[in-house]
Design a binder for this molecule. Structure first.
Ligand code: MLT
Length: 208
């Protein structure tokens, strides 16, 4: 479908299965709006897919927010871009007539999804966070009562220390989210186990 002109460059694929929440696909550093469409189709067949491109460029590579170094975030920029992404989701929901999406984010995309949960609860109906890390040094309070979140970490991830991902899981749980955290035998890259876990978790949310 030819996308409408919204505040972020994006792709939209309408859904065919009304039991499925739309997926908000959030790519990793250097990805774009086409990157995660095959993953979205694979893990949630029939779901509407909304896939924006991060508006920040780092040496030509799209991202969703600025960082000062690997794993060291520009939190002011992260806050501003999180607001922009929440605005985009609201705009897209009106334009395409879809409900609140479940985020499916990888790496940098998972990190802004975690930030959306913490700063703009209500934007997301849930989230699958693949290789996320804690986005804030001092995470804000948020009411995430009952919001389902699947965190998929890599046990040998060279970018995200295990303790950091566990701290994110704890932070979201403390705010009421229904968190499932799996540490997979994987590094930072996507593995078959990620696909299997995400597919099963999303099917359960669609009543399957
Ligand atoms: C980030 O900057 O969000 C994380 O370091 C993950 C990455 O994009 O490599």
């Amino acid at each position: 479908m030819t996308p409408h002109t919204l505040t972020l460059t994006h792709r939209f694929e309408p859904g065919a299965d009304p039991r499925r929440a739309p997926l908000l696909l959030l790519h990793g550093t250097g990805g774009d709006e086409t990157d995660l469409l095959p993953l979205g189709r694979a893990v949630a067949p029939g779901a509407a897919l909304l896939s924006p491109r991060g508006a920040v460029l780092e040496n030509g590579m799209p991202r969703f927010f600025r960082r000062l170094a690997e794993g060291v975030f520009d939190e002011a920029d992260l806050r501003a871009r999180t607001g922009d992404l929440a605005g985009f989701v609201a705009e897209a929901r009106g334009t395409y007539g879809i409900g609140a999406p479940i985020a499916l984010g990888f790496s940098n995309g998972a990190n802004i999804a975690a930030s959306l949960l913490l700063l703009r609860p209500g934007t997301l109906a849930g989230a699958v966070l693949i290789r996320p890390m804690m986005p804030f040094a001092d995470p804000p309070p948020a009411d995430l009562a009952g919001v389902p979140v699947l965190i998929l970490s890599g046990a040998v991830d060279p970018i995200v220390p295990a303790a950091n991902a566990r701290a994110l899981a704890r932070t979201l749980s403390e705010r009421g989210a229904a968190v499932e955290h799996a540490e997979l035998p994987a590094g930072h890259g996507l593995s078959q186990a990620d696909l299997a876990r995400a597919t099963a978790w999303l099917a359960a949310r669609a009543g399957g």
